[in-house]
Ligand binder design. Structure first.
Ligand code: DOR
Ligand code: ZN
Length: 425
C-alpha cells in the first residue's frame, strides 16, 4: 500500500511505531511499525515524541498598528516553531478589531504569509474601540470570521453592558473571553500587591482586583446559564471561586498561562521589566494553587497571552514599561519542564493545550484517530536549548526566560500532512 506520508519510528503516548497520513488526515498509527506501507514522503522520527499541534487561544499579534512589536507573519512563525498549529488573536490592535475590515485584513495577512498554516482565528472586540461604552458590531465580526469576543487588555466595568455582550455572543454561537480586572482596584498598580511591592516601593495590584470580577462572571454565567471563558487566571482566590462554580455546574471555563505556573513575583526584583505583566506574577502560594488547579481540571486551558513588545519599550524605568511577556517560542519547553519536575504529565499538557481549547472554542484538533486532521509535530524531549533573542522567532524578545536553559524542542511541524516547519540544526 502507498500512503502520502509516513513518519517512521516515532513515539506516540509512550509507544514507538509508524504514523500513516492520507490526504491531510490521519490514517493510522501502527505500533511497532509496518513494512507493508510505503510513503510518497517519509520522515525518520527516531528519538522524537509525536504530539498533536497545540492551540493557543490567547495571543497578541500586534498587526495592524504595532508591527514594530510583532506582525502576523512573525507571530505565526513563532507559533509554528513553538508547536502551535492554531492561534486566536486578541483585538487590541490599532485600529482595534471591531469591524469586518480589520478581521478580514488579519485573515488575509495570515493566508498570504502562511497559506498552509499555522491558522489564525481573530477574536473580535467586545465593545467598540475596546472603550467599554457600547457593544461592537458582533454579528458583522462573527460573519467576517471572528471565533470569540473579548475585551482583553481593557476590562468591561459596566455590568449591564457585559451581560448583553454575553447574551449576543451566545446568540451568535461564540464565547466571551473576559479579562477579569476591577480597574478601580488595580489603577496605577505595577506588580502584585504584597511584601515585595512594599519593599520595592511599587504600587501593587491586589488579587481581589481579579477575583472580584471572576466572582461577577461566575454569577453572571449562572444567572444567564451561558458560558463565559476567563482569561489568564493568576491567583489562588480566583481558582477557589472557579472550583466552586464547577462544583455547581455553572458554565465557566478558565485559562492560565505558563508564566503563572513557573514564576512568582520575586522575578520583579531588580525592577526587571521583563517580568512586568498584567495580571502580575503573584506569590509562590498562588503558583502552587495554579499548578494544582491545572492538574485537577479546575483550570481548563493553557494559553500563552503572548504579548510581544520592542526592546526599547521594556528598557525604561519599571513604571513606564508596558505589560506583557512574549510566550510563543518558550511556552511548550517551559511546560515540558513542569512535566520533568512532576507537576503534571504529558497527557495533562495535551488536554490543556489541545483538547480543552478545541472543545471550548469549537476548533478542529488532532487526536490521532482515523480521519482527524494531520496536524502534529515531532518533539525532541532530550534537546536542551538556551533562550536567547536569536533563538526566538517572535519579534518580541521580552521574557524572563532569557538566559535560561530549557528542555524539549519542536524539530518538525506538519499541518494537514504537509511539512510547514523544520528546525535547522
Ligand atoms: O500583560 C499584558 N499584556 N496584559 C494584557 O492584558 C494586555 C497585554 C498586551 O496587549 O500587551
Ligand atoms: Zn492578553
Amino acid at each position: 500500500m502507498q500512503a502520502d506520508l509516513v513518519i517512521r519510528n516515532v513515539v506516540l503516548n509512550g509507544e514507538p511505531g509508524d504514523l500513516i497520513v492520507q490526504q491531510g488526515r490521519i490514517e493510522e498509527f501502527v505500533p511497532g511499525g509496518t513494512e507493508s506501507v510505503q510513503g510518497k514522503e517519509e520522515f525518520d522520527g527516531q528519538g522524537f515524541f509525536l504530539w498533536p499541534s497545540l492551540i493557543d487561544v490567547h495571543v497578541h499579534l500586534r498587526e495592524p498598528g504595532f508591527e514594530y512589536k510583532e506582525d502576523i507573519n512573525s507571530g505565526l512563525k513563532a507559533a509554528i516553531a513553538g508547536g502551535f498549529g492554531q492561534v486566536m488573536a486578541m483585538a487590541n490592535t490599532n485600529p482595534v478589531n471591531d469591524s469586518a475590515s480589520v478581521t478580514e485584513f488579519m485573515l488575509e495577512q495570515a493566508r498570504k504569509f502562511h497559506p498552509h498554516g499555522p491558522f489564525l482565528h481573530p477574536i473580535g472586540a467586545l465593545t467598540r474601540g475596546l472603550a467599554g461604552k457600547e457593544l461592537s458590531p458582533m454579528a458583522e465580526l462573527a460573519r467576517a470570521g471572528c471565533r470569540a469576543f473579548s475585551n482583553d487588555g481593557l476590562p468591561v466595568e459596566n455590568n449591564e453592558l457585559f451581560r448583553r455582550a454575553v447574551e449576543y455572543s451566545s446568540d451568535l454561537g461564540l464565547k466571551v473571553i473576559d479579562h477579569c480586572e476591577d480597574v478601580s482596584l488595580s489603577e496605577g498598580g505595577l506588580m502584585n500587591e504584597g511584601e515585595i511591592s512594599s519593599y520595592l516601593g511599587l504600587k501593587g495590584i491586589p488579587v481581589v482586583a481579579e477575583s472580584l470580577q471572576v466572582a461577577r462572571d461566575i454569577l453572571m454565567a449562572a444567572y444567564l446559564d451561558t458560558p463565559i471563558h476567563l482569561a489568564h487566571i493568576s491567583c489562588r482566590q480566583s481558582v477557589e471561586l472557579i472550583a466552586w462554580a464547577k462544583q455547581k455546574s455553572i458554565p465557566i471555563t478558565a485559562e492560565t498561562c505558563p508564566h503563572y505556573l513557573v514564576w512568582d513575583e520575586s522575578r520583579v526584583q531588580g525592577y526587571n521589566t521583563l517580568a512586568k505583566v498584567n495580571p502580575p506574577l503573584r506569590t509562590r502560594d498562588d503558583v502552587l494553587a495554579l499548578q494544582q488547579a491545572v492538574r485537577e481540571k479546575v483550570i481548563d486551558v493553557l494559553a500563552t497571552d503572548h504579548a510581544p513588545h520592542a526592546e526599547f519599550e521594556k528598557d525604561v524605568p519599571f513604571g513606564e514599561a508596558p505589560n506583557g511577556i512574549s510566550g510563543l517560542d518558550t511556552a511548550l519547553s517551559l511546560c515540558f519542564g513542569l512535566v520533568l519536575d512532576g507537576v503534571f504529565d504529558n497527557d495533562d499538557l495535551i488536554r490543556l493545550f489541545v483538547n480543552a481549547p478545541s472543545e471550548i472554542f469549537d476548533l478542529e484538533a488532532n487526536t490521532f484517530q482515523k480521519g482527524d486532521v494531520a496536524d502534529f509535530f515531532l518533539f525532541a524531549p532530550e534537546a536542551e536549548w538556551e533562550v536567547r533573542p536569536e533563538a526566538m522567532f517572535s519579534r518580541g524578545k521580552n521574557t524572563p526566560a532569557l538566559g535560561q536553559k530549557l528542555r524539549g524542542r519542536v524539530m518538525a511541524h506538519f499541518l494537514r500532512g504537509r511539512l510547514v516547519f523544520e528546525r535547522a540544526i
